[in-house]
Design a protein around this ligand. Sequence first.
Ligand SMILES: [Zn+2]
Length: 488
Amino acid sequence: MLTSYISPVAAEKLKRSAKRIARAEVPKSRMTVTNQTEVTRLLTDHFRCPDELLDFSVSMNQSAGTGYFRFGPDAVCYGPCSSGALASSVTGNLHDALQDVSIDNSEVQLPFDPVQIVNNLRHERYQCRHPHGRSANKTSGLVRKLYYLARPFLTIAMRKHLQRLYLGDWEKIPFPHWPVDSTVESIQEQLLVLSMKSHNIRSIPFIWFWPKGALSCTAVTHDVETTAGWNFCSQLMDIDDSFGIKSAFQVVPEERYTVHQSGLDSIKARGFELNIHDLNHDGNLMTDREEFMRRVSGINHHGKKFGALGFRAAVLYRNIDWYHALDFDYDMSIPNVAHLDPQRGGCCTVFPFFNGKMIELPVTMAQDYSIFHILNDYSIDLWKQQIALIREKHGLMQMIVHPDYILGTAERRVYADLLTYLAELRDRGETWIALPAEVTAWWRLRNELRLVNEGGKWSIQGNGREDARIAYATLVDEKLTYVLDPVA
Ligand SMILES: [Zn+2]
């Protein structure tokens, strides 16, 4: 069992390391100071560990071009790198840049900039590099426009047929990893392991990911697509409530259906969450920048009027570079791996992350529509598989279940099975089921907490620390494992 403090030797190393950084003795010839701070922040944003142990430099001799390479067995990276050959395709043998990492006087020297690599993943700047990785925004914009023009005249069966044709190649997409991709976490873990090795320690304290030591987090969300879905919201709240689960409803503010104030009030009064879903859901929000900027003022206006803190675009169409115009606390439009979505890609992380002033809550599980109508699967098998993979990383399970698509008996039974499974996990203390606003508030609060060592004992300082727990990332047989500190 782990003690609640790291060894005196390691503590001494920590102190020495802190002093060395304070005296600016770290050679800066290989990188800029700003970059070093950003690499440190990449890890402290995720782990909230003491930054004295994080000591990185990045080679200045980066390749002019970009390409794919590996960082250890689990992480596919895309970007520039100073060592090895960069591949133009993700398939085949990729150079492993881990073998080019060196440690010099406690400093981890990296052949690539992990901040840039992680941003390329989170912002989906790696796609269009393999034949199946098309981006809906670019190569299939015309197809999308035609589809949405024809959509009102298509039967469900015709829509399903077209969508299956369009998504037919999904199983051949080599990256991101299906059905869950946690490449960002693999990179962060690998960097933490290197930091521990560079300081010759086996264990490092950090602030556990979720409040009260919850082992993972779950957010259930409902996008309301049509009048039928809107009319079902009250019953859906009854269903969720019967499992003791509160969920978030994303409502389209214009054109699609008539939104009654009493319906909106009821969602909030019952303790559920109300967010904005696109503007009119015509599939053209992200068609071009000018159009987006025209629509975003309306979206922000409705957000204020509804008292909504969160936003999700229709069909998970997205362009993260434009998000600064959205006046919301958080966004929920980026899938973890988007093989079954019209806009391919995925942010390759199962954790919330900061994007400017907003927090991004990735959609980490397949949508109900895709499971029922693309995969023709009326079970929770895929969801359980995704839940297991996300729980391995202690991440966020965020799912979209549309009131419109669970009107039928078979679909509703599948949804009830999912809620049963989630409630069991919650009751065993294995997941914290929370509203997206609560998840975001926690991620912001945790980001302000600090680990402090006083007299060889670690404690958490900062407002709201009562729900936070100390954990240890420990190297066991060269594998990183997490252990929660017993509550004092
Ligand atoms: Zn929608």
